[in-house]
Design a protein around this ligand. Structure first.
Ligand code: GTP
Ligand code: MG
Length: 195
């Protein structure tokens, strides 16, 4: 269960243009700037395979990374970045929705939440939308190095989710900076029995 090979395959402006190889795919989604691309770098043990920035809105396309010649990690643009123009925001929302609606290769969705954030309406709305589409997702709390007591905060967040969504979800606590929880996420990918 290790990543011995990782390579960038393609950046696609929409789901129709994504690589058409039928191999299992694991997607990373969440609000802008929560650390999706950083998590992909951590899993690949590379600093810059996915582009990272301190400024939200860095990832604007659907990026496929092929792992161990046999499965994909997908880095997506973040949702909810308020500073984009209306048109750009609409394009990104459509790109994200279409990807989850039509990309058949997706085996699991990781929904990333910055551990410092309380449950936000935009995240709850996106989770509800995924559940309505019968899409399975796992929560990853990111940036755990930014505060103490992450486990308690995560448990409270999950309890609120259970009440609001009527669904019990799995979760992981990670820090790309301190390399916390990365192996657990990788083990979870392998435990999906699709690789
Ligand atoms: P978009 O592509 O804009 O949607 O953002 P993203 O979710 O891909 O976030 P990205 O990985 O680009 O990281 C955003 C910022 O958070 C960067 O400045 C990262 O260095 C920082 N960051 C990411 N992960 C961590 C972490 O685990 N700890 C800390 N302290 N900072 C992090
Ligand atoms: Mg990104």
């Amino acid at each position: 269960m290790d990543v011995f090979k990782s390579e960038f395959v393609a950046s696609s402006p929409n789901v129709r243009n994504c690589p058409n190889e039928l191999i299992p795919e694991f997607a990373f989604i969440g609000r802008s700037n929560v650390g999706k691309s950083s998590l992909i770098n951590s899993i690949c043990k590379k600093k810059k395979i996915a582009k990272v920035s301190g400024k939200p809105g860095k990832t604007q396309l659907i990026n496929h990374f092929k792992i161990n010649d046999s499965w994909y990690l997908t880095d997506l643009p973040g949702y909810g970045y308020a500073k984009l123009s209306k048109k750009k925001k609409k394009n990104i929302d459509k790109l994200i929705n279409d990807y989850f609606l039509y990309r058949k290769q997706i085996k699991l969705i990781f929904l990333i939440i910055d551990i410092r954030h309380k449950p936000l309406e935009i995240d709850l709305d996106f989770m509800s939308w995924l559940l309505n589409q019968e899409k399975k997702f796992t929560i990853i709390f990111s940036k755990s190095d930014k505060l103490k007591g992450g486990e308690v905060i995560a448990r409270e967040y999950m309890l609120e989710l259970k009440n609001k969504l009527n669904k019990k979800l799995e979760y992981f606590i990670t820090s790309s900076k301190k390399k916390v929880g990365i192996d657990d996420v990788l083990a979870h990918i392998y435990s999906c029995n699709v690789l």
